[in-house]
Design a protein around this ligand. Structure first.
Ligand SMILES: Nc1nc2c(ncn2[C@@H]2O[C@H](COP(=O)(O)OP(=O)(O)OP(=O)(O)O)[C@@H](O)[C@H]2O)c(=O)[nH]1
Length: 614
């Protein structure tokens, strides 16, 4: 049975080492919360420290005015064989044995100040100090000493300290696994006891509250506390325990704790008021009672502790799976990890283009709708207006008007018209570039594996965008070249056919004479050029998309990350590590989950083993 208290002690220590000390201090579920404890609660000067020291049989707690206890003190008592030396150990100072208890007091004070500050503005902190005492004079028991409940802040402490203390104490006593050791002084009206007030709130049926009445010796002559001790004033499931601690005078005179224990025993044995209750009064009885009860509470709680542990193990394993396993340290494995993620990203990117995911259709929209629409809206009518045609043709003729057909005029009119096609060609390239960039961004966001690595995400976006930029330049050159090619060499057949047709017309109606320099002549030129441009437009509407797809879309599918791959395979390990530099919050979370998981697994094994033995 005893091993159960020691086991819970072990788990408690492990919890604190991992930052799990309840009170919602951590987003992770708390094992600490599930562990049964005994919390010592009382108003200031109620005699809390004295009771604890009496239970331990040693002088070791800090004394002074104001709020002395400012961090919870988890006091784990381990009974050792008679004749062995007493010593104390702190969790924060492992491997240091304290045999001088005055130094224990000093260390509690120093360790308290380490976290709460030692200036005027002393704060409180929920981070517990763990102290283990090994002694033949103790029973196996774990108690948590908490700051004394107070009504007013003193010594320049912030006003909020009153509430802070209460909420810290409440966070301990509110949990159903906590036994409440409620200390009240007998020389005050029990109705005004801070400890009982809080205990009543969190444990209204009194099933886990131990009423302890101190300072029985300080009651006015002729009065006694039998009404309380016999449960008439305040009914609890467990009988009240009366205590007589050392008085201030005894403390000043350094009265030995063992002597004080003996004097307390004598007090009850010889007391006319409490003599009949002597067997269940005093600090030694209290310690034994608590030890027995704590053991039985722990035993009854084991199934629920185990089920809470199992539930938490499952939750933590699930979360760790989601967070992903830690990154490898050696460069080869890191490179492998990076390449794996790149491939996952490229796969998603291709799916966007090829139709597995949305996005690719928008590119077809550019070719099918935007490009023909833009070409249709080109201001060719203006360029080929009668006035403009006349002007361009006569400018091309120079001082010698053309004789049969304005060859140069035609060329200039065609070149000028084709020049307008550069705009829609460029716009198609740019629009597809933007869609590709957007798809890169989307694909990065959709690559689950990359979520953990913000630096790698940034690098991949930059590498992909710089490739896309190069593809855009190539594509731009190609589409403009297509337009230029149409200007460089005109389709001879088109004009020969036109000429042949007009000859046929004039032969069939010889009366029709075309006025060589009249308006009809220029209208004819305009309509010939317009017809030619219409034919070329039909070609370009088909060839521009071919160039764009060839230079941008196809290249993006083939070699979006080629340059990145070449670079990364030559990168030193340090750079790979930087790329796999995870989000720090995520790393921290994973570390916490992993540690917590380890704690739970160990606790489970130990409890299983203890239950088997028990
Ligand atoms: N005569 C007598 N004095 C007691 C008894 N219990 C405590 N005292 C005295 O009451 C004073 C306060 O006792 P502490 O044990 O320091 O009380 P505390 O609740 O720990 O006080 P804080 O830590 O200041 O909140 C000390 O001077 C003790 O000597 C008792 O049963 N009888």
């Amino acid at each position: 049975m005893e091993s159960l208290i020691l086991l819970i002690n072990e788990i408690q220590r492990a919890c604190t080492a991992l930052g799990d000390y309840g009170g919602g201090n951590n987003a992770l579920t708390s094992l600490w919360e599930a562990l049964p404890t005994v919390a010592v609660v009382g108003g200031q000067s109620s005699g809390k420290s004295s009771v604890l020291e009496s239970i331990v049989g040693r002088d070791f707690l800090p004394r002074g005015s104001g709020i002395v206890t400012r961090r919870p003190l988890v006091l784990q008592l381990h009974k050792t064989d008679n004749g062995t030396e007493e010593y104390a150990e702190f969790l924060h100072l492992t491997n240091k044995k304290f045999t001088n208890f005055a130094l224990v007091r000093k260390e509690i004070e120093d360790e308290t100040d380490r976290i709460t500050g030692n200036g005027k503005n002393k704060q409180i902190s929920p981070v517990p100090i763990h102290l283990s005492i090994f002694s033949p004079n103790v029973v196996n028991l774990t108690l948590v000493d908490l700051p004394g409940l107070t009504k007013v802040a003193v010594d320049g402490q912030p006003e909020s300290i009153v509430e802070d203390i209460e909420s810290m104490v409440r966070s301990y006593v509110a949990k159903p696994t906590c036994l409440i050791l409620a200390i009240s002084p007998a020389n005050q009206d029990i109705a005004t006891s801070d400890a009982m007030k809080l205990a009543k709130e969190v444990d209204p049926t009194g099933e886990r509250t131990f009423g302890v009445l101190t300072k029985l010796d300080l009651m006015d002559k002729g009065t006694n506390a039998l009404n309380v001790i016999e449960g008439r004033s305040y009914r609890l499931q467990y009988p009240w325990v009366g205590i007589v601690n050392r008085s201030q005078e005894d403390i000043n005179k350094n009265v030995d704790m063992m002597v004080a224990r003996r004097k307390e025993r004598e007090y009850f044995e010889t007391s006319p008021d409490y003599g009949h209750l002597a067997a269940r009064m005093g600090s030694e009885f209290l310690a034994k009672l608590l030890s027995k009860l704590l053991e039985s509470v722990i035993r009854s709680r084991i199934p629920s502790i185990l089920s809470s542990i199992n539930k938490n193990i499952e939750e933590l394993e699930r979360e760790l799976d989601q967070l992903g396993r830690p990154v490898a340290i050696d460069a080869g494995a890191q490179l492998y990890t990076i390449l794996g993620m790149c491939r996952a990203f490229e796969k998603i990117f291709k799916e966007h283009l090829d139709g597995g995911r949305p996005g690719g259709a928008r590119i077809y929209g550019i070719f099918d709708y935007n490009l023909p629409g833009a070409i249709k809206q080109l201001p060719l009518d203006r360029h080929l207006s009668l006035q403009s045609v006349k002007r361009i043709v006569s400018e091309s003729d120079g001082y010698q008007p053309h004789l049969i057909a304005p060859e140069l005029g035609y060329r200039r009119l065609i070149e000028g018209s084709l020049d307008h096609f550069r705009g829609p060609a460029e716009a198609s390239v740019n629009a597809v570039h933007l869609i590709l960039k957007e798809l890169v961004r989307k694909s990065i966001a959709e690559t689950e594996e990359l979520k953990r690595f913000p630096s790698l995400q940034i690098e991949l976006v930059a590498a992909a965008n710089s490739s896309l930029e190069k593809f855009r330049e190539e594509s731009m050159k190609s589409v403009l070249r297509l337009v230029d090619m149409e200007s460089s060499y005109l389709t001879v057949d088109f004009f020969r056919k036109l000429h042949a047709e007009s000859q046929a017309v004039s032969m069939s109606s010889p009366t029709t004479t075309i006025d060589q320099y009249g308006e009809g002549h220029f209208r004819k030129i305009a309509s010939n050029v317009a017809a030619y441009i219409k034919m070329v437009a039909k070609t370009l509407v088909n060839t521009i998309p071919k160039a764009v797809v060839h230079c941008q879309v196809r290249q993006a599918k083939l070699s979006l990350l080629s340059y990145f791959y070449a670079q990364i395979s030559q990168s030193p390990g340090k750079r790979l590590g930087q790329l796999l530099d995870e989000n720090p919050a995520l790393m921290e979370r994973r570390m916490q989950c992993a540690k917590r998981l380890e704690l739970y697994k160990k606790a489970k094994d130990e409890i299983d083993a203890a239950v088997c033995v028990g």
